[in-house]
Design a protein around this ligand. Structure first.
Ligand code: SAM
Length: 269
């Protein structure tokens, strides 16, 4: 299942805002090493290098396409993020979050809109927090919209008699993310100071079928990957009709409420 960086960066403002809201709660002053897990196209990782210019900022992602995009962005940003200018710098590495562990240098971990793709991440979080050095921060954001119409309609259609033969088991929405209380509990149990919350952003989208466009870049990808191009077009035609009813177009655009879950842990120094 390939990620498409150009599709993903559409709706940039709406996708970026939760990242900034998350990172605003990390009060690390002069970290030596900052890791962005599931960094995607790297544009937001670069803002971490701007905020902490002395830090070594490392973006990790499993998608070659995303990393290619991230690397070209890094080159454009040179010398701003150059190793020659400062002890810090911005680099990107290919890796699987499920295989990752913080090393002894890591001061800040940020992971935005990525852990929902990593089964078992709640257990991993407990392990990561145990391994983090004293004084380190861990900040995460995951979407909490799996019971909203965009996702329930997608699931209902995929499980309908027409599509279940092709799409059975492809959508994994149950238990994909925890509640804010789940993440808070894991962080407190690990002996950290913790802050967990949720926000529903009332996003006003423009254009024709904007909710379909939105989910094409994220939640619909497993469905599209499982179908031929012709089947995908048929599925999208049926799904977009349902979306238009659930999210009617108004003179202001289409309101697409989006719930997101945030949690920030600070390990005692
Ligand atoms: C929705 S994008 C978020 C990108 C970026 N963090 C942002 O906020 O713009 C999710 C990213 O997680 C990456 N990802 C998903 N599962 C992963 C895994 N197991 N290991 C590493 N990266 C993963 C995908 O390749 C994708 O780039």
């Amino acid at each position: 299942m390939k990620w498409d960086p150009s599709k993903y960066v559409e709706f940039g403002n709406h996708r970026d805002r939760p990242f900034h809201d998350l990172v605003a709660r990390v009060r690390s002053v002069e970290p030596g090493k900052v890791v962005d897990l599931g960094c995607g196209p790297g544009n937001l990782t670069a803002t971490l290098a701007d905020r902490w210019p002395m830090a070594r900022v490392v973006g990790i992602d499993s998608s070659e396409d995303m990393l290619r995009k991230a690397d070209s962005l890094r080159r454009q940003a040179l010398p701003q993020h150059s190793h020659e200018q400062q002890p810090g710098g911005l680099t990107f590495e290919q890796g699987d979050i499920a295989e990752w562990y913080p090393d002894a240098d890591t001061d800040v971990v940020v992971t935005n809109a990525a852990l929902q793709w990593v089964p078992g991440h709640q257990e991993m979080l407990a392990g990561w927090l145990r391994h983090l050095k004293p004084g380190a921060w861990f900040a995460m954001q995951v979407p909490g919209n799996f019971t909203s119409p965009s996702h329930t309609l997608m699931r209902q259609l995929a499980e309908s008699s027409e599509w279940s033969g092709r799409l059975s088991g492809v959508l994994r929405h149950d238990g994909v993310v925890g509640s804010p209380a789940d993440y808070l509990g894991i962080m407190l149990d690990a002996g950290c100071a913790a802050d967990a919350w949720e926000t529903t952003y009332q996003q006003v989208l423009q254009g024709e079928d904007p909710v379909l466009e939105w989910v094409r870049g994220t939640g619909l990808r497993p469905v599209l990957a499982a179908l031929t191009a012709e089947e995908a077009a048929d599925f999208e035609a049926e799904y977009s009709a349902l979306l238009r009813e659930a999210y009617p177009s108004t003179s202001h655009g289409t309101v697409f409420p989006f719930r997101r879950i945030f949690a920030v842990a600070h390990k005692p120094a």
